[in-house]
Design a binder for this molecule. Structure first.
Ligand SMILES: [Fe+2]
Ligand SMILES: [Fe+2]
Length: 157
């Protein structure tokens, strides 16, 4: 029997995906409406898109609680997501597009693969830099601790 909180987790992920898609779709529709000279329609889509971001954030507050998500964890999650995109998701989609003879989709997917790779690499670089910074800080802390210990030993001698 599925635990109800697990079903709710899946529902929150689905709701997050839906609100995120609505956000981007409305921004895209706004762009099209503006290009067609319909400023009123462009604006209502943009205003609503902004609210969809807040709806998506509401779900994320529950899926990735602020108390649990350090910058390092966030980078790790992002690296996993981008790596999944370029190593599993897009290669599979690319294969299907090739089989179906959809050259436009193949070209678009190839661009997405290289962008996802680039994003993963950038996140990795920032994470590694942060790890070095933490290691350096830990060394300074250790030096201070040793220094205090020596002072304490001198007093107690
Ligand atoms: Fe919404
Ligand atoms: Fe990306």
């Amino acid at each position: 029997m599925a635990r109800p909180e697990i079903k709710t987790w899946q529902n929150l992920e689905a709701a997050f995906a839906g609100e995120s898609m609505a956000h981007i779709k409305y921004r895209y529709f706004a762009k099209l409406a503006r290009a067609a000279g319909d400023e009123d329609t462009a604006r209502i889509f943009e205003q609503t898109a902004d609210q969809e971001v807040m709806h998506a954030f509401g779900h994320l507050d529950l899926l990735y609680p602020a108390a649990d998500i350090t910058p390092a964890k966030a980078l790790q999650i992002a690296i996993e997501g981008e790596t999944y995109e370029y190593s599993e998701m897009y290669p599979g989609f690319r294969q299907t597009a090739v089989e179906e003879g959809n050259a436009a989709a193949v070209a678009e997917i190839d661009e997405q693969i290289s962008e996802s790779k680039e994003h993963a690499g950038q996140f990795k670089a920032v994470l590694e830099k942060a790890a070095k910074r933490f290691a350096a800080l830990a060394k300074v802390e250790e030096r201070h601790a040793n220094h205090y210990q020596k002072a304490l030993d001198a007093i107690q001698a």
